[in-house]
Design a protein around this ligand. Structure first.
Ligand code: FES
Ligand code: FES
Length: 164
């Protein structure tokens, strides 16, 4: 039987505390314990990026981080992006609108993780060229869009074009 440990974190602005198995990873905790199924699970070994969430503002593979490693952290998932306070929420809403406007999603499986990586990049406050945007999202696989529309959407937000 797994050992358990007390865990306390903030998830999408709400305080959460649970006793969790020490071996459960963050994305399984978010999905299974908290019902936040917006973060997807694809490869389960750090390759596809579908499970990407923000932990203290940094993009993290939810399948590679143990839930207990996020003890005390502020976790933001796709369910909380648009409602996040301040600039984070504003930029998240702009990205969601830009993804919609550019048809930057089809099946949507990659989109929560893709948005997390895009939000991290936009929040860094730099203006990147398209190659740099591609580099930043290179750990998020999309099997539908061919990436062009995703880069278009992120570039739009970065350059302040519409959707804000
Ligand atoms: S499910 Fe985590 S990187 Fe693929
Ligand atoms: S929209 Fe289908 S995998 Fe990206």
């Amino acid at each position: 039987m797994d050992r358990t440990r007390a865990l306390a974190m903030t998830v999408n602005g709400e305080a959460v505390s649970r006793d969790v198995p020490v071996r459960i990873n963050l994305v399984d905790f978010l999905r299974g314990e908290l019902g936040l199924t917006g973060s997807h699970v694809g490869c389960e070994h750090g390759v596809c990026g579908a499970c990407t969430v923000l932990v203290d503002g940094q993009s993290v593979r939810g399948c590679l981080m143990l839930a207990v490693q996020a003890d005390g952290a502020e976790v933001t998932t796709v369910e909380g992006f648009a409602e996040a306070p301040g600039e984070t929420g504003r930029q998240a809403r702009a990205l969601q609108q830009a993804f919609h406007r550019h048809n930057a999603l089809q099946c949507g499986f990659c989109s929560p993780g893709m948005l997390a990586s895009a939000l991290e990049l936009v929040q860094a406050g730099k203006t990147c060229d398209r190659a740099e945007i591609r580099e930043h999202i290179s750990g998020n696989y999309c099997r539908c869009t061919g990436y062009q529309a995703i880069v278009d959407a992120i570039e739009d937000v970065m350059l302040g074009r519409g959707g804000q």
